[in-house]
Design a protein around this ligand. Sequence first.
Ligand SMILES: *Cc1c(COP(=O)(O)O)cnc(C)c1O
Length: 400
Amino acid sequence: MPGFEVFGEEEKKEINDVLETGVLFRYEFGAQRKGVFKVREFEQKFAAYCGSGHGQAVTSGSTALKVAMVAMGISPGDEVITQGFTFVATWEAILEVGAIPVFTEVDETLNMDPDDLKKKITEKTKLIIPVHMLGAPARMHEIMAIADGANIPVLEDTAQAPGASLDGRVLGSFGRCGTFSFDSVKTITTGEGGMIITDDAELWRSMSEYHDHGHDHAVNPGGRGGEGRRFVGFNYRMMELQGAMGLAQLAKLDAIVASHKKNKTSLKTALAEIPGVSFRKILDEEGDSASFLGFFLETGEAAAKVNAILAENGAGAIAFAQNTWHFYPAWEHLLGAKSLCTSGWPFSSHGGKRRVVYDADALPQSAALMDRLLVYPIPVILADDRLAEMVAAINKAAAY
Ligand SMILES: *Cc1c(COP(=O)(O)O)cnc(C)c1O
């Protein structure tokens, strides 16, 4: 699953190119940088890989979400719909721009349930963020049809699914833009880092300028300092060492996915022997990045029992019902409206009036799925003896 498993000479070479110029900054230092623009090159290659017109590198997957939303004009009071099974960053970013997160159920794809999406749209909905959780696609055809019908843009949070596609189209390229994360545990990594892809040149220009203190990139894209500003910005710039890492890692992405697929198949074959096991619905096996393997038992009790046996034998799976970072009822700070801001913003208005109230029991369909769900992260490199150990544990669970 994480790109750090395959660090090698390629990363060192790219990093070395940067160290030789001594320029760590993506802009300026014209002659000294000797034509080395790693971040810019990473943006171009990443966008091309996705079949998208433009790439905007930023400091993280979280800031990618924020920068994209700001550039799309998402504002305080707007409602933004996402799913209740995601990493906290998705809704943190929505709160960060002052908008109100509205959560949908997930279905057996473990991604946004289009039927529930329809029910959650109101006249205040300004954006829909499906999240391609655990390496595999959301129901993008249905989601895009609903969003287009309601004239609402879509931003795909693709942090967990670089290298995945649906019916031949790379994830992140269905909506108006798609965001990615390259944090230390993602499929490809730059340590910290993120990317936004879009086909919309005007939107890209806004993202590019916003993430760079508002420098007008159209007037003076090469040099610095003489240009004006169209609007207030902030600093979410990626540095050259990260761009260098990104280039080396991107070149390995297809091989990483191929390894995932092989390892996932081995584990899936073994798991199929456990009585009552069924698998997460994958809409496009070909397009699955295979970074995770999700499986269900018939009841929560059975899932707990099976996982106890797996854990005792050195191959415990993730139980998202117990994981506090990815599922709605476990977010006590969201439910309890906990903020450092003295007015209670963003959960309360600046006058102190509560803007949103969340109910831990609001997503019963998702909760029922999480209860029965177990997940294996799929390593890129799975040694024969470790695979044998996992299969032995799975066989014990199959005999329970
Ligand atoms: C990791 C992740 C993010 C945030 O990425 P960072 O680079 O860690 O900020 C956003 N959304 C999802 C679904 C993620 O898994």
